[in-house]
Design a protein around this ligand. Structure first.
Ligand code: G3P
Ligand code: CA
Length: 372
C-alpha cells in the first residue's frame, strides 16, 4: 500500500525528532513531502490588485512575477465549459447588465460559453481603480480552465501550479468529476516530478495542483475523484462553515462595515474549530485555508481564524495552513508569526518581495511585455 502524504510527513517529523514546539519547521517538511513551496505565494484570482481578476492580464502577470500558484474559482457554463468566476453572478466584473439586462443577476450556468465570451471582463476594473487602469484592460475575456492551464504552462522559465476552488459547487453537480477529466486530459494528475532542487518548477512538481473548497460535500467528491491530489478545506465563521459564538446578523449588529462585523465573529468554542480541522483531515485534506482579519479592514477582511493556537492545532494534526487573503507587509508578518504556511494574496509582487524572492521586472514592465 503506498504511503500517503500525512503518513510520510509524520514519519519524516518523527525521524527528525520534531515535536509540537517546532511545528513550523515540521510543517515545512510536510509541504516538502507534498511538493508544495513553503511558504507558498498563492496569486488570488491572479495578480488581481494590478489587473482585472481572473483574466489573462491578471494570470500572466502573476505567473511572470514568479507566484507559486494561480488561484481560481471555477464555475460551469450552460453548455458545460468550466471557467473562472468568483461571484455568484456576472454583474460586478462584467458588462452583463448592458449586454443581457434581463439576465444580469442570473448565475453563470444561465449563459452559454459563446454568450460569456461576448462579455467585457476588464472595463469594470478601470472604473473601480482608475489609478491602476489601463486601456488594454477594456474587452478582456472570461477565461476557461483550459486557457488558464495554457497560461500557467506558457513561460518556460516559471510554471506556477494551479490552486483550484470549486465555487458554489452545489450549483454545478458533477463538476468534481468533470474537473478530474480535464486535469487528467491535460496531464495534471500524474504524480511524476521533473523538479530539480536548483530550479523548482511548481507546475511540474507533485503539488502542481491543489484543490480547495468551502463545501464539505465537494471536498468528499474531490477526494473520491482525485484521492492523490492535495486538498485544502477553506474555513470561515458563518453559515455552512464554523458555527459562530454569536448568531447576531450583520444587519442587526450595528456595525458599520462587514469587516468590523467579521472581526467580532469567532468560533462558538475551541472544540468547534477543532471539529472542522479534524473533519478536513478525516476527508483526506492536507490542510486548511482559514480566513484572516486585515489591519486596514476592507471587503476581504474576515474573521481571524489564524490565531497561533489554531495553526498549532492544525500543524499538530500533520496539516498545513494557507490563509486568505492578505496584501500588506504588516499583515504578512502577523499571519506568518502566527504560523501559517502559505498566503493567498492579490499582490503577489509584494509578497514575493517580502519573502526576498522579488521579481527582477516591475509590474508595469511585465504587463507591457505581455501586451497590456
Ligand atoms: O480560495 C481562497 C479564497 O479565495 C477564499 O475566498 O471568496 O476569495 O474565494 P474567496
Ligand atoms: Ca477562491
Amino acid at each position: 500500500m503506498p504511503v500517503n502524504f500525512t503518513q510520510s510527513a509524520l514519519m519524516l517529523s518523527l525521524l527528525l525528532g520534531l515535536g509540537t514546539a517546532q511545528a513550523n519547521s515540521a510543517s515545512s517538511d510536510l509541504a516538502a513531502v507534498a511538493g508544495i513551496p513553503h511558504p507558498a505565494v498563492i496569486a488570488h484570482r491572479g495578480a488581481s490588485f494590478d489587473a482585472p481578476e481572473s483574466t489573462a492580464a491578471s494570470y500572466t502577470l502573476a505567473r511572470d512575477l514568479g507566484a507559486d500558484y494561480l488561484e481560481m474559482d471555477l464555475q460551469r457554463s450552460k453548455d458545460g465549459v468550466i471557467f473562472a468566476l468568483h461571484d455568484n453572478n456576472l454583474s460586478r466584473t462584467t458588462d452583463v447588465a448592458s449586454k443581457f439586462p434581463e439576465r444580469k443577476d442570473s448565475p453563470a450556468n444561465a449563459f452559454t460559453w459563446a454568450e460569456l465570451q461576448t462579455l467585457d471582463a476588464g472595463s469594470w476594473f478601470n472604473k473601480a481603480y482608475p489609478e491602476r487602469a489601463r486601456p488594454s484592460y477594456v474587452g478582456l475575456k472570461i477565461l476557461s480552465l483550459d486557457q488558464i492551464i495554457d497560461i500557467a504552462q506558457a513561460n518556460p522559465k516559471h510554471q506556477p501550479g494551479l490552486y483550484i476552488e470549486t465555487k458554489e459547487p452545489k450549483q454545478f453537480p458533477g463538476i468534481e468529476h468533470e474537473l478530474k477529466n480535464k486535469l487528467q486530459e491535460r496531464g495534471l494528475l500524474s504524480q511524476t516530478s521533473v523538479v530539480s532542487k536548483e530550479q523548482p518548477q511548481v507546475g511540474q512538481a507533485k503539488g502542481k495542483v491543489i484543490l480547495q473548497t468551502f463545501e464539505k460535500s465537494s471536498l468528499e467528491l474531490l477526494q473520491k475523484e482525485m484521492p492523490d491530489t492535495p486538498k485544502i478545506l477553506l474555513l470561515w465563521v458563518g453559515e455552512g462553515s464554523i458555527e459562530p459564538k454569536s448568531k447576531v446578523s450583520f444587519a442587526d449588529s450595528g456595525e458599520k462595515t462587514k469587516a468590523a462585523y467579521y472581526a467580532k465573529q469567532e468560533p462558538k468554542d475551541k472544540a468547534e474549530f477543532e471539529k472542522w480541522v479534524d473533519y478536513a483531515k478525516a476527508q483526506g485534506a492536507i490542510g486548511t485555508g482559514p480566513s484572516a482579519e486585515l489591519t486596514q479592514g476592507g471587503d476581504q477582511s474576515y474573521s481571524d481564524l489564524v490565531k497561533p493556537w489554531m495553526n498549532q492545532y492544525t500543524h499538530d494534526k500533520g496539516m498545513l495552513v494557507h490563509a486568505y487573503t492578505i496584501d500588506t507587509p504588516t499583515d504578512f508578518k502577523k499571519v506568518l508569526d502566527a504560523g501559517v504556511d502559505g498566503i493567498f494574496t492579490n499582490r503577489s509582487s509584494e509578497l514575493l518581495k517580502y519573502f526576498k524572492r522579488p521579481s527582477p521586472k516591475t509590474v508595469p514592465q511585465i504587463l507591457e511585455a505581455n501586451g497590456y
